[in-house]
Design a protein around this ligand. Sequence first.
Ligand code: ADP
Ligand code: MG
Length: 481
Amino acid sequence: MDTVSKKLSQFLEQRSADQVVLDAVDYAICNGIVMRTRLKPTSSDVVQHAPFTLLPSPVPKNLYEQAISVQKDFNFLMHAISQDPEFMKSAFSTIIHSDDFTRRLFEIYETALLEKPKKTAMAIIRSDYMFNKTDESEPSLKQIEVNMIASSFGGIGTEKTRSLHGYTLRHAGFEDVATSLPQNKALQNLAQSIVNAWDLYGDNSAVVVFVITEIENNIFDQRALEFRICEIQPDIVVKRYTLTQISELGDHDDDGNMVINDQKVGFVYYRAGYSPDHYHSEKEWDARLLLDTSTAINCPCVAHQLVGAKKMQQILSQPNMVERFIKDRNSVKRIRDTFVGFYGLEMGSAGDESIQKVLQHPENYVLKPQLEGGGNNLYNDEMVAKLKEVGEDDRRCSYIVMEKIRPMTVQSIIVRSEAGYDIPTPVEGVSELGIYGYIIVKGDQILHNSIAGHLLRTKSSHHNDGGVASGVAVLDSPMLY
Ligand code: ADP
Ligand code: MG
């Protein structure tokens, strides 16, 4: 760690540092680490590079390895939960009364379960962690969340960002540090996993559909995956549709196959559908139901999407919950070691006590609704105000409280388009490591359970919430020590 910091300070003292920034920006643009701009989010005629750290950030090697070693356990666990309708029902019973979005998803889950119980499905799973450091002790790996739908940045934030950092390090004269960047084949592995699932569908004429939103700022992250899929298997045609378009152009044929625009669909990959904002009317819900009850392989199916709910994290943290699904004690321990404390806010005395505890020390907690995509969590005063607003009635059931992680800090130089490229100044940053995995399943059978690669995102430590797409975090890669 010392040598890494020393090298960073040396680097900053170099008069050529600003030139390294300009070179890194060109490298990013040239290699497609790009996004659409805020001013023209629906068009690719003007693009900018995605924000990134100039240098990779130090990550304790043992924690990186720990995150890798628990990924298949989480992959397995997520699927096992989705196969237990009784557990699913009781887990979501309190939320579906107060959270309309979760209730609609749950209804589709129940219909799909009835109509297609043994369907083939795939999930791309990304488990995110921070490196908790409370005192003088060594940092520990603590899970932020498990993403079951639309995990982004596998396209531009993995292999490409690693090679950007390799270039920058070599260019700045730190060839030896470049060797401490772990391999990252996430883009290739995720593309290959989709090709494998499409193969399983077994119809060469069937297309792959990416479900997208109307405005896709982060389109190149999706395109990178699409183009890699087509490089691996040129027979695959990828089509991009919104849920609205699918409801207008799609239907089941007589055999229950999904057909959109006269093309049979073999595989559906969702980069939309995780937010209430993506369902403007009944049409989009109809489309979701059609997709989930067709023969097409969904990634994720609605059951897998639901188990990624933050409520599920809180339930799993309770005694004997992980143990219900996993008998191997080592696997349970690997999973539980990454948990922090959670509280449910069900009506009744236990929920009341949780609220009191949080109100006494709001600085130690985060309040989370059942939403994805960044910017939804509440901290400090906002959390207190929300708890006071919803605390008396069953609206509180749709939130969970999570203990706040105190991540170790790193020195980061953030390179952001539109900010100008002055002499780089380091800021105090905190990093979040995501490990990508995927499963391909048929009913309760798991056909594939694999690790695909990793993602590191770093944000300035004064921000509470994260997210690259929401403009807070930036792309990074781990430099192991
Ligand atoms: P989302 O589904 O919106 O991505 P997350 O649970 O990942 O929701 O939270 C968003 C961000 O908030 C994370 O990337 C992290 O920076 C921060 N965050 C979430 N939970 C915690 C926590 N328990 N302690 C500290 N920071 C957290
Ligand atoms: Mg997240």
